[in-house]
Write a protein that binds this ligand. Structure first.
Ligand code: FEO
Length: 162
């Protein structure tokens, strides 16, 4: 069984992962307005992954006889000034999420909760990948040029994400 502290912290993370999903869905919608379908599709897959992250925590809380408590999801912003700015925000957001995951690991250690510690290791590794992807796309945007016209070749590359 989860401690109250661990249960509350995991519930907070369900909300944060759902916010991440909502944020990336908003970014996907914004790319649609630029007709950058590859970017929009990449973000849509990212939004689905974040929902899957939320559900991993959701299922885990239930598996440990905890209670899932859903909270309000904050609205993300709806407009960005350029694709480069979007991905800078993705990187900053993912760094923030890494901090949240590390904080959960710290709580698991303090609570001597080995099972939760083990589950969190998947997220620790996932965050390395999430940050690396954001940095890689930021760099590519800088290379090709941050205007919709220049971004079309990158749009094609991003459309290949499965
Ligand atoms: Fe669920 Fe992008 O971290």
């Amino acid at each position: 069984m989860l401690s109250k502290t661990m249960e509350e912290a995991l519930n907070r993370q369900v909300n944060r992962e759902l916010y991440s999903s909502y944020l990336y869905l908003g970014m996907s919608a914004w790319f649609e307005t630029l007709n950058l379908k590859g970017f929009a599709g990449w973000m849509m897959i990212q939004a689905k992954e974040e929902r899957a992250h939320a559900m991993k925590f959701y299922d885990y809380i239930i598996a440990r006889q905890g209670k899932v408590v859903l909270d309000t999801i904050e609205a993300p912003k709806a407009k960005w000034s350029s694709a480069g700015k979007v991905f800078e925000e993705v990187y900053a957001h993912e760094q923030k999420v890494t901090g949240m995951i590390n904080n959960l690991v710290d709580i698991a250690i303090r609570e001597k909760d080995h099972a939760t510690f083990e589950v969190l290791q998947w997220f620790v590794k996932e965050q390395v990948e999430e940050e690396a992807n954001a940095v890689m796309i930021c760099e590519k945007i800088k290379t090709v040029g941050d205007t919709p016209g220049h971004l079309f070749c990158l749009d094609h590359e991003l459309s290949k994400r499965k």
